[in-house]
Ligand binder design. Structure first.
Ligand SMILES: C=CC1=C(C)c2cc3[nH]c(cc4nc(cc5[nH]c(cc1n2)c(C)c5CCC(=O)O)C(CCC(=O)O)=C4C)c(C)c3C=C
Ligand SMILES: [Fe+2]
Length: 385
């Protein structure tokens, strides 16, 4: 990290604010959930399965190695045995987040300490799930504002797992680069919608309670204090049929305008922050936000208050045999209990107009422990407690 040397002049030039920004690794919560607050430009998700014969001791050693490497790289230092791939770059808001899948607990003799909330996500009627790209014993989410920094982190962590855990599946995605817009804005997804507006407000009184587990549970699950549950869904967008809709039809599928992100219940000139009014009617007498509009069906008001933080990455993995793009959303939600996602998705699968334009192709849920204190590694309270 630090100063870079200009290729032609040889003069050292300081890294820009994008490069120099470091997100703390240590804290009550792991980084990559609510820090940094804005979306990172790139993301890698990788699930690992433990190698046969690997138990709790080897898993603990791996989490120790992973945490040490993640702490160094996120703070702009070279990890042990570095390969110099990101040598010129600063930390670029790198975050590394670690999670445990259900199968981790039985494979390490820790089944009795698996959180009760870590239930498998059920199959929904519209699902087209590929089991090989789903689930996994361990999970890593890498986020960064620079592609090379992101690859470097993933590569270092994958190498550090050698002999202990093997990659089960890996997916990469992106958001807009910082500085691409004149001022910071909510990201757009590959359907062209402003995506993220209705997320819980960081200043709201229920923000932390929605996302993070609370103290006071059973003692053998105290290792999850300050933790969260990540639900990961690879959702392909059917961009051909989507493009066949008029813009007005597309707006009715979601319930918000494409340009401003304002809800269809709001008057002209409203912005994405204008509150939606589910009971407003048009002059013609129909619901301004249609009955099957995505935001109506997904809203906490329609789901007994069930809420989650959505923080995903778009993906594009080339073209399928039929010529359509293999593109969509690496949809990641963070919640204090995966039941929030299950409740909302159960409703969406039957009633949401958007269902006709997307396919859920992989699914996983991970218990993501609280952050490590200095000198500690992520998951230590589970593995050594
Ligand atoms: C189970 C939960 C959800 C899935 C799956 C999901 C998929 C999905 N969503 C979009 C695009 C948008 N979603 C928007 C809002 C929104 N979506 C969910 C939940 C799921 N979405 C919630 C809880 C909300 C917020 C509702 C509210 O209270 O306002 C929006 C509107 C802008 C926003 O609030 O972010 C868009 C656009 C896609 C493309 C997609 C699958 C590919
Ligand atoms: Fe949504």
């Amino acid at each position: 990290g630090g100063a870079a040397t200009h290729a032609t002049t040889g003069h050292p030039t300081p890294v820009t604010s994008v490069g120099a920004t470091a997100v703390p690794f240590h804290g009550a919560h792991q980084a990559g959930i609510i820090t940094p607050l804005r979306a990172q430009a790139i993301g890698h998700l990788a699930a690992f399965d433990l190698a046969s014969g690997t138990g709790r001791k080897e898993a603990a050693a791996l989490l120790r190695r992973w945490s040490a490497a993640a702490e160094a790289m996120t703070q702009g230092r070279a990890p042990a045995g570095d390969d110099q791939i990101a040598l010129d770059a600063g930390p670029c808001s790198l975050t590394v987040t670690f999670g445990f899948g259900r199968t981790f607990f039985s494979r390490t003799g820790l089944a009795h300490r698996a959180p009760a909330a870590l239930v498998p996500v059920p199959r929904f009627p519209s699902d087209a799930i590929d089991p090989k790209r789903s689930d996994g014993d361990l999970w890593i989410q890498v986020g960064a504002d620079d592609p090379l920094v992101g690859f470097h982190a993933l590569h270092v962590l994958q190498k550090a797992a050698a002999g202990t855990a093997e990659v089960r599946w890996q997916m990469s995605g992106f958001n807009r680069a910082p500085g691409a817009t004149a001022r910071p804005k909510t990201v757009r997804n590959l359907m062209g919608q402003i995506d993220g507006t209705g997320n819980p407000e960081p200043t709201g009184k229920d923000f932390a309670r929605t996302i993070f587990t609370r103290r006071g549970g059973p003692a053998d699950q105290a290792w999850m204090n300050g933790g969260s549950y990540a639900v990961v869904r690879r959702i392909r967008m059917l961009l051909g049929p989507w493009a066949d809709l008029t813009r007005t039809q597309q707006e009715e599928v979601i319930g918000r305008r494409k340009d401003t992100g304002a809800p269809l219940s709001a008057p002209a000139g409203a912005s994405e922050t204008t509150p939606m009014e589910l009971n407003r009617f048009t002059r013609g007498g129909s619901l301004a936000i249609p009955a099957d509009a995505h935001i109506r069906v997904a809203a906490p008001e329609s789901n007994d208050g069930a809420a989650m933080l959505r923080r995903g990455f778009s993906y594009h993995d080339g073209y399928r045999a039929d010529g359509t793009p293999d593109a969509g959303l690496l949809f990641i939600t963070w919640q204090a209990d995966p039941e929030a996602f299950i409740k909302v998705q159960t409703k969406l699968d039957g009633a949401d107009h958007l269902t006709r334009f997307i396919r859920h192709e992989s699914s996983a849920v991970f218990a993501v422990p609280g952050g490590a204190a200095p000198g500690e590694y992520v998951g230590q309270r589970l593995l050594e407690g």
